[in-house]
Design a protein around this ligand. Structure first.
Ligand code: SF4
Length: 166
């Protein structure tokens, strides 16, 4: 875990356990072979470690982001991580978010102005073309549409990391 301070906000930055990273992705190419396992290694399991210490977490998930998120509640029980999940923006639209950002001069990633409406990791995010879905640039070429933080049990293709991390 690393800690950094930006714009007056303390950030705790988590990553995979070095043993898991060395065991499952020494070359750093897992994303191109098994993105489910890569997300599990780099996102799901590190977050699980932190959330296991907490009683609740707050996310920016919105219903209009993906089909999987269409029924998101503002307050719900997170089966996956076993704690309360609060999604205050669940009923906000993309337009509402951007209106708020511009009105309140909120800092945002400049890639959003370069046709990256949804931004993941460097290797597997590309700019979208005119007419494409907002998340078409995420894991392009794979069926994958979610990193795994906001969905139920991991797909079987991610399990090798889960077993290795236990
Ligand atoms: S978003 Fe891509 S690079 Fe990042 S953890 Fe997932 S598969 Fe790996």
């Amino acid at each position: 875990m690393a800690q950094s301070t930006m714009t007056g906000i303390d950030l705790l930055v988590f990553g995979p356990h070095p043993d898991d990273r060395n065991a499952f992705d020494l070359q750093g190419t897992l994303w191109s072979r098994n993105p489910d396992a890569c997300c599990n290694l780099r996102k799901v399991e590190p977050l699980r470690r932190k959330l296991s210490e907490l009683k609740g977490w707050v996310t920016a998930v919105r219903r209009d982001q993906t089909k999987n998120r269409a029924n998101t509640g503002k307050v719900e029980w997170d089966e996956k991580f076993q704690l309360v999940k609060v999604n205050p923006l669940a009923d906000w639209t993309t337009r509402m978010v951007w209106d708020y950002v511009h009105k309140h001069n909120v800092l945002y990633n400049p890639l959003h102005d370069q046709n990256f409406p949804s931004i993941g990791c460097t290797h597997c995010t590309r700019a979208v073309q005119a007419g494409e879905d907002a998340r078409a640039g995420r894991w392009a070429g794979f069926q994958k549409t979610e990193c795994g933080l906001h969905v139920g049990p991991q797909p079987a293709t991610a399990q090798l990391i889960r077993i290795g991390a236990d």
